[in-house]
Structure formats: C-alpha cells, structure tokens
Design a binder for this molecule. Structure first.
Ligand SMILES: Nc1ncnc2c1ncn2[C@@H]1O[C@H](COP(=O)(O)OP(=O)(O)O)[C@@H](O)[C@H]1O
Ligand SMILES: [Mg+2]
Length: 298
C-alpha cells in the first residue's frame, strides 16, 4: 500500500496560555482532495504550518508522501500557498515563478512556467511587475507558485480569500483538474460551498480539535424532515421547541423522526395547517454550524 500524502498524528501547539492545536490526527490519501474547515481561530493555519515544518509542534508527528515532514526530499514534492502571501513587488510574475522554482531547487522549463501562469489566468501578465497587481492577481500568482513544480501534494490556506466569484470558479476548476491528475490537495477555506463542490472528504476543526471528519456523503447523508406549516400560533411555535425555523418551515433532524406523527397531530389540534412533511438534505454549512454550536454548548 502506498503511504498517504499527509499523515498527521497527535499534533499539538500552545501559544502562551492558548492551546491553538490540541491533539489533531488526520490523513490525506494520495490524489484525495480534503477540505480543512472550521471557524476563525480553530487552528487550521497552525495545523498547516506544522505539516510543512513552518511551526514546530509541541507534540505529534507528521509524514508527507511517506517521509518525515522535516525531510527536505518530501518538501520538494509539496506545493504551498500561504494564508498571507506577498511577493517581491519589483519582480515580474515570470520572475517570481523562476525564483521559486530555484528556491525549491527544481528545474522547471520556461515553457512549463509560462503554462502554469496561463493555468491561473495570468498568461498576459507574465512580464508585468507584481507591485501593480491586485490582491486577487497576487493570489493567482501564489497558486502558480504552489503548482509550478508539479507537486504530488498541494496545501492551500484560504486560496480564494482575495478572489472575486469568477476567480473562485477558476480555482474550483483548477482543483478539479488537480484531482484528475491524482494530485492530493489539502484545502483550508471558509467558503463552505466551495469546499462542498470540490472535496472528497472534510476535516472539521473546532477549538484546536477534530470535531468531525468524513466524506461529504457521510456528513450530509444524515437527513432531516421539513414541515411546511401555515398559521403558526405562539402555542404551536412553543410546541416546536428548538426545531429550526425557516419562514413557514420547521426543520426536524432525523434523530427526532419518531415524534413526527404526534407532532403533526398536535399541530393540527392547535389550528395549524400542515402543507407538507418532506425530506430535506442538510447542507455542509448547516452541518458545520450544528457542530460548532454543539461544541460551544458542551
Ligand atoms: N504566532 C502565534 N502567536 C500566538 N498565537 C497564535 C499564533 N498563531 C496562531 N495563534 C492563535 O492560535 C489560534 C489558532 O490560530 P489559527 O491556526 O491561525 O486559526 P485558523 O487558521 O483556524 O483561523 C488562534 O487563537 C490564534 O490567535
Ligand atoms: Mg487561518
């Protein structure tokens, strides 16, 4: 069996009194696209930096592509787009790419470097200085830097934070093409819809721990029932208790399905008209909110 692209076990990091990462274990398979999700401050960037040897873990182990994370040989096969990127403003886009291929001591033919700029939509800006680039264009350049040496693993920390909707769609296509080429991707983004569209699996971090992880089917397969009502009185509303309300629709999670027949009977008795009781599928966003709010309540 080939070793996974990322193998991280028991990662911990404390900053002063703050436990930023509190025992994180997960894997990214070869050619797998994994989304790292979670609220601001959950520890996503710190985990990524520990994977790449940019932050020294207090505890835990990292293997990248079958070698210790600290091994320069494995680092050369990993592409990385940092959360905060800034490229030398006096260099042209083409020069930035050339510089980074040299820093990575990988020989990438000029033609391939140009092709890579094309891939991120900067083909006609190759000769322009980065100082004149918008934030979004610099982020595109950062993606090119991450991809130029044909890595087997790409780690992207908020790759679309500066991009407009078109730029985000471009990145989505790029990620899908990486998956076709069997490149493993670890993607941290707070744009959940984006993650939902491209990732095979997600790892959700909260307060420095893995709150949950799994394939989208595993996390979202859990269904809910939607009750479309008319004439909801305060009495009916209080009967619905904690069930989420969206306009005239109440959402009952699957764990409570047994109570549905009684619930409907009682609602009717309370004078509510029940228009529909229909199955719904939760979105990743709703699932994430559930997990994080659950974590806060705990
Ligand atoms: N260099 C640092 N010094 C002190 N605290 C830090 C540092 N980096 C991160 N933290 C803290 O660690 C926690 C996790 O941060 P981070 O990994 O950046 O979260 P995320 O990327 O999920 O938003 C936060 O509370 C943050 O303030
Ligand atoms: Mg971050």
């Amino acid at each position: 069996m080939t070793s996974p692209a990322v193998w991280a076990s028991g990662l911990r990091k404390r900053y002063g009194r703050r436990q930023a990462v509190d025992g994180v274990t997960f894997e990214v398979g070869r050619g797998e696209v994994v989304g790292l999700l979670g609220p601001n401050g959950a520890g996503k960037t710190t985990v990524i930096k520990m994977l790449l040897g940019l932050v020294r873990p207090d505890a835990g182990e990292v293997m990248l592509l079958g070698r210790p994370g600290t091994d320069p040989g494995s680092r050369a096969r990993v592409g990385y787009l940092p959360e905060l990127f800034r490229y030398q403003p006096w260099l042209t886009a083409a020069e930035v790419l050339r510089l980074h291929t040299r820093l990575a001591s990988t020989a990438v033919p000029e033609a391939e470097q140009r092709e890579c700029l094309g891939l991120v939509g900067l083909a006609d800006r190759a000769g322009d200085r980065v100082g004149g680039f918008s934030k979004g264009m610099q982020q595109r350049l950062g993606l090119a830097v991450a991809l130029v040496a044909r890595p087997e693993l790409v780690v992207l920390d908020e790759p679309t934070s500066a991009l407009d909707p078109i730029g985000r769609a471009d990145v989505r296509d790029l990620l899908l093409s990486l998956r076709e080429r069997d490149v493993a991707v670890l993607l941290n983004s707070h744009l959940i819809g984006e993650v939902e569209r491209v990732c095979d699996r997600v790892v959700i971090l909260d307060h420095g721990r893995v709150a949950t992880s799994g394939t989208l089917a595993e996390l979202l397969g859990q269904r809910e029932l939607r009750l479309r009502l008319e004439g909801v009185t305060p009495a009916a509303e209080s009967r619905m208790g904690d069930h989420r309300r969206e306009g005239d629709t109440f959402v009952v999670p699957i764990g409570d399905l047994d109570e549905v027949p009684d619930l409907v009977a009682e609602l009717v008795k309370l004078g509510v008209r029940v228009h529909a009781v229909e199955p719904g599928r939760i979105t990743l966003e709703e699932r994430l909110l559930d997990i994080i709010r659950g974590g806060e309540a705990a």
